[in-house]
Every structure is written in structure tokens, then in C-alpha cells.
Design a protein around this ligand. Structure first.
Ligand code: NAD
Ligand code: SER
Length: 316
């Protein structure tokens, strides 16, 4: 297998996923791309806007790309600041990838969806794989529409496109890029640098979450799974844990006893309230064997250990 192209590789997930792919397939086999240069370059990287049809086609053909991981997107909180621009980037980017994948006969495409596809009509506890989804954000609308387009391309053209509805992702390696779950990363930096944090969500806002290591492993396991195992071509529900800001703060206090949290909810509270509290990921477990490794206590301990060992990554 050769040449993987990662789109939106400079982001929170792309930074870590690109490294994992390079460890596995070799530095030269994984081509990263984004609007800008990466903070640290560890292999071939090019500047590419995902909406650039001719540009994407040229990159695929000139480099013999066989698989695409399409991560480029505007996330939930940032997306509400310019809904139409968010729709254009998230949808035009995806349609460009799907069209190019069919035209260039790519082997496989990964498209990350999100728990943001859930909305006020969706069951809040143990959200099933299929239910009523009427997302309240432009980001959620674009991700749900994206899932439907992936399902369409799989059925109409036989494109092997695979997708996960990621919950909120928490990791130490890279900063988050404008989501509603960003508090769960910021809190660790603030705790270690200042001993206190002002949270933009209410203390009892329960959301599904996952440690970065689990998210990356899930992505690779889904992409490795034999084709006959993949029965869902929209996106798989996936989760590892659910917690509130209050519960996360209490867990951090077990490591940093003086840590203090305050709450000043802003517009992101309404976004979080439109999502669900826990997810049933039974289909991913049954069809391709998904199992998370990290719970809240294990994630918290590892975040603190890793950030203490890499103080240059701390952001205040
Ligand atoms: P991020 O915001 O950190 O990174 C997104 C990257 O896309 C950025 O580097 C940005 O420069 C790039 N980008 C934006 N517009 C672009 C364009 N027009 N052309 C090329 N690149 C462009 O996001 P992330 O957290 O790394 O998320 C990656 C993917 O995973 C996204 O599709 C997101 O919807 C999905 N996801 C993430 C989370 C999470 O908690 N991080 C949860 C659910 C789903
Ligand atoms: N973590 C993401 C966000 O908050 C969910 O897709 O936007």
C-alpha cells in the first residue's frame, strides 16, 4: 500500500494522526497538507485548500495517492461565527474529496463525522446509531449532510469511504481548533500553568469524550477492517467515557490538590446542551471490534504526566 494524503493535517487530530500514519507506513509514504505550514514538519507537506478541485486532483495524480484522510473542517464554536463560510468549507471540501476519490479510483477515504450530528430530538442517553438527528449548529448540519453524501458515494459508486462520529477529543500533543469540547483540553494547561481555570460550560454539562490515543487507534482500526465488516457507510457512533466539567475538575484535583475552577458559561453552552450525554457505540464494537482503553482517571493521569514531561507544549 502506498501514499496516503492527510487533508487538514495541522489540526488537533491531524497532528497526531499524521505521526501515527508515518510511524506505520514510513515518512515519505504519508503526504500532509493544510492551508499553512505545520509547526513541526516531519515529512512531505504541501499547501492545499480542500476546495481547490484542480489542486487536489493534481496532488493525487502526481504523488500516486491511494488513500485520503479528510480532516479539514471548521468546528462547532468557530463555525457559528460564519455559518455560510463553514458550510462552504465543510461541504465543498468533502464533495471535492469524494469526486476526486471516484475519478482517481482511490482505495479508501476516511471522513470524520461528529457527535454534533445529534440534536434536541435525539435520545440524550445511550444515543443509538440511528435516531432523529436535527443538528442545531451549522457544523452539525454539515457533518450530517457529509455522512449522507459518504453513504451515497459508497452505494452509487462503490467508494470505500469510512467514517466515525468522534465525541470530544482530549489530547496533550496539539491544541484544539475551535470546538465546544475544547474546555476539556484547556483545563489541563490552565491547571498546570496557573492552578485555576474559568470554564465556558456549566459544571453539570455531561458530554461524551475520548482520549486522543483511543481516537487514533479507532481510526486506524476502522481503516484496517475488512470491507465486508463495514455495514454502516454514514458514520459509526463511538465513545469511551462521558463526564462533566465538575467531574473532570475533581479528577484533576486528585493530582493537583490546589486546583480551582470557576464557571462563566457563554454561547457554547447552548451548543453543548443540544448534544447528547452518552452514546451507544454497539455497532462499532460488533462490526469491527472497537474497545476503548482510557477512562476518565487514566486519561487525566496521562494528560498530566505528558504535559509535565513536555512543558514547551503548555499554553496559557
Ligand atoms: P482542527 O480545527 O484542530 O483542525 C482542522 C484543520 O483543518 C486546521 O489545521 C485548518 O487549518 C484546516 N483547514 C480549515 N479549512 C481548510 C481548508 N479550506 N483547506 C485545507 N485545510 C483547512 O480540527 P480537529 O480537531 O483536528 O478535527 C479534525 C476533524 O475531526 C474535523 O473534521 C472535525 O470535524 C473532526 N472532529 C474532531 C473532534 C475533536 O474533538 N477534535 C470531534 C469530532 C469530530
Ligand atoms: N469536539 C468537537 C466540537 O466541539 C465535536 O465535533 O466541535
Amino acid at each position: 500500500m502506498a501514499k496516503i494524503l492527510v487533508l487538514g493535517a495541522n489540526g488537533q487530530v491531524g497532528t497526531v494522526l499524521s505521526e501515527a500514519l508515518r510511524r506505520r507506513w514510513g515518512r515519505e509514504e504519508v503526504l500532509t497538507s493544510d492551508l499553512n505550514a505545520p509547526r513541526q514538519q516531519s515529512g512531505p507537506h504541501l499547501l492545499l485548500d480542500v476546495r481547490d478541485e484542480a489542486g487536489l486532483r493534481k496532488v493525487i495524480e502526481e504523488n500516486g495517492v491511494r488513500q485520503i484522510y479528510h480532516l479539514a473542517a471548521i468546528l462547532s464554536a468557530r463555525g457559528e461565527k460564519d455559518p455560510l463560510q463553514t458550510w462552504k468549507i465543510n461541504m465543498d471540501g468533502l464533495l471535492n474529496v469524494l469526486e476526486s476519490a471516484v475519478a482517481c479510483h482511490l482505495e479508501r477515504v476516511f471522513y470524520p463525522s461528529s457527535m454534533a450530528v445529534f440534536g434536541p430530538t435525539t435520545p440524550r442517553e445511550m444515543t443509538p446509531q440511528e435516531a432523529s438527528f436535527i443538528p442545531a449548529t451549522v457544523y452539525g448540519i454539515s457533518k450530517y449532510s457529509g455522512e449522507l453524501w459518504c453513504n451515497y458515494y459508497a452505494g452509487r459508486y462503490g467508494l470505500d469511504v469510512r467514517s466515525i462520529r468522534y465525541p470530544g477529543i482530549v489530547g496533550w500533543q496539539s491544541p484544539p481548533g475551535g470546538g465546544t469540547t475544547d474546555y476539556a483540553v484547556e483545563i489541563f494547561h490552565a491547571a498546570l500553568l496557573h492552578g485555576k481555570y474559568t470554564c465556558f460550560l456549566k459544571p453539570d454539562t455531561r458530554l461524551p469524550m475520548m482520549y486522543m490515543d483511543d481516537s487514533i487507534r479507532a481510526t486506524l482500526e476502522l481503516m484496517d477492517a475488512p470491507t465486508e465488516k463495514i455495514r454502516h457507510r454514514t458514520a459509526y457512533n463511538l465513545t469511551a467515557m462521558s463526564f462533566t466539567p465538575e467531574e473532570l475538575a475533581a479528577e484533576i484535583c486528585r493530582h493537583l490538590p490546589g486546583f480551582h475552577i470557576e464557571y462563566k458559561p457563554d454561547f457554547r453552552q447552548a451548543i453543548a446542551d443540544s448534544w447528547t450525554a452518552s452514546i451507544d457505540d454497539g455497532c462499532a464494537r460488533e462490526e469491527w471490534g472497537w474497545r476503548p482503553d482510557y477512562d476518565l482517571a487514566q486519561m487525566t493521569a496521562d494528560m498530566i504526566k505528558q504535559l509535565n514531561s513536555n512543558p514547551d507544549l503548555l499554553k496559557g
